[in-house]
Design a protein around this ligand. Structure first.
Ligand SMILES: Nc1ncnc2c1ncn2[C@@H]1O[C@H](COP(=O)(O)OP(=O)(O)OP(=O)(O)O)[C@@H](O)[C@H]1O
Ligand SMILES: [Mg+2]
Length: 240
């Protein structure tokens, strides 16, 4: 659909009027193991496969190999799409080779400034229209104060908006908070919360679209399963 980036994740596009609004920043939050990275993998893989759109996946916590392996376990051959120039999977090691100027990469860290420099070049030569940043939590480690991080994050968000790319920004969150640093949700146009809970001995994974600008959306909490081909959301089933 025009003006939207469909995720093609079963059940998700129905909750958000057919896809993420183009040019927006979408925050994907949740605790460890809540399938945030898996959602990001689907977004880039499906974009390339079904819409022929190139994507960049920046993995700052896990290595390229780890993401390739996880995606493959759910039938997504990212390596093949990479060879076809439709997916650019970049980890700290790969950035180090391509951004010689950035000393922090030697320490396994990346600042928003370095990411911006890197992306500026990559977005123009790859013509990527989709981006996953996995995760903003890993970038936060670089900053000594939340104040400094806040300022740099705002600049980075302005850059993303200016580039026209439609992004998923992954943030690890513990407990009931909406974001790790209490600021990411303000730069984001939307907030999708992944979680799991156990009610009367039953373990369930859940997803809630808590906010989405420029569109109507379903705000309820829905269960999802991780099946052979990855995430499957039940849009007709509601929890709580
Ligand atoms: N390589 C893999 N092979 C098979 N299943 C995996 C693999 N990696 C993850 N999973 C499954 O997918 C689920 C979601 O994992 P995922 O890595 O997407 O979560 P996450 O929210 O990104 O976690 P984290 O905060 O630790 O990065 C895991 O709980 C696990 O059940
Ligand atoms: Mg992850």
């Amino acid at each position: 659909m025009k003006g939207r980036k469909a995720t093609h994740i079963p059940g998700l596009d129905e909750l958000i009027c057919d896809g993420l609004p183009e040019g927006t920043i979408n925050l994907i939050t949740g605790p460890a193991g809540s399938a945030k990275s898996l959602m990001g993998m689907h977004y880039v893989y499906n974009g390339a496969k079904y819409d022929n759109e190139p994507s960049i996946y920046l993995t700052l916590e896990e290595s390229r190999d780890s993401i390739l392996r996880a995606a493959k376990a759910y039938g997504m051959d990212l390596e093949k799409l990479e060879k076809e120039g439709k997916v650019y999977l970049v980890d700290i090691g790969k950035m180090r080779v391509e951004c010689t100027a950035s000393e922090e990469l030697e320490w396994g860290l990346a600042s928003f400034e370095t990411l911006q420099d890197f992306l500026k070049n990559h977005i123009s030569f790859s013509h990527a229209t989709r981006l996953v940043l996995d995760s903003v939590t890993a970038v936060g480690v670089y900053y000594k104060s939340t104040e400094l991080m806040r300022r740099e994050l705002f600049k980075f968000a302005r850059f993303l908006k200016g580039s026209g790319i439609t992004s998923m920004i992954i943030s690890e969150v513990i407990g009931d908070k909406d974001s790790r640093y209490g600021i990411e949700e303000f730069i984001a146009d939307s907030l999708i919360k992944m979680d799991y809970e156990s009610t009367s001995g039953e373990y369930r994974r859940t997803v809630t679209v808590k906010k989405m600008r420029f569109t109507k959306h379903d705000p309820l909490k829905h269960p999802f399963l991780i099946m052979e081909n990855g995430i499957e959301i039940s849009p007709d089933e509601v929890i709580g």
